[in-house]
Ligand binder design. Sequence first.
Ligand SMILES: [Zn+2]
Length: 299
Amino acid sequence: MNRSDFLKNTALLSAGTFLIPKLHFYQNSPFTELRNGVGMFSMRGGTIGWLVTDDAIVAIDSQYADTAADFVSGIGQFGGGPEKVLFNTHHHGDHTAGNKVLNEDGYRIIAHEQVPVLQQRTAEVQESEDDQAYAETTFDESYELDLGMETIIAKHYGRAHTSGDAVIWLREANIAHMGDLVFNRMYPFIDRNGGASIKGWIRLLETVADEADSETQFIFGHGNPEYGVTGTANDLLYMRDFLSALLDFTRQQIDDGMSREDIMETTSLEQFPDHYSPSNFLSLSRNLDIAYSELTEVN
Ligand SMILES: [Zn+2]
């Protein structure tokens, strides 16, 4: 590049920066705005959803202590407050390990009644009890929070990813946070010890897809990097189809006399060849293992 081109580009860049300061401001930021004051925050662990209104800041899930600190310091740029509320979609550490950081910043925590129970049980095993903050407000079926310009409804649909999952609906924005009820185009964690049910999960995805309309936007806990962590009801139905195929395939193999170990050798399901597996923990083999347990009701 010669000097005059360089100057021209520099001038264009500054003009651009001047005209669209927001775009420049958000470059490389973990914060993404969606609509109606709702956005998401992605660093490590389950995607955080957020809402900022004149009166309140709402967070959905809290990731880890270090990334939660980045969330707390960064969300201020969008205004909002003074009321601060944190919903947990379920108890897993990559969604609740930042609870304490948000709680100390004034967020009160709301979750399904199973969340603190399972969170505490896990913390005892991992000897991380001092790092926890638990929901002080819990609900069984649903919980509604009226914030004037937005109404938030946390709703439990029965056992699925765990026994304490909630979908967090932001009614006016027509956005719902699915927590880990959607692993978008990747092999999910099915927490059988935490009360998971593949059959319940299939029913849940159908019900939630039915409750949505074509404009509903969904936030997912985790996603294949190619597909991301937002989507539509069609993505819920795609995941339903994967879980149905997982159960059908495993049932067929059991009927054919295959052992658990043989079934777990399968490397991909025909209809879902490009499902993403970031680790052995999130793999088809682990999914088949859990499907086998669910279908034979043994551990
Ligand atoms: Zn989870």
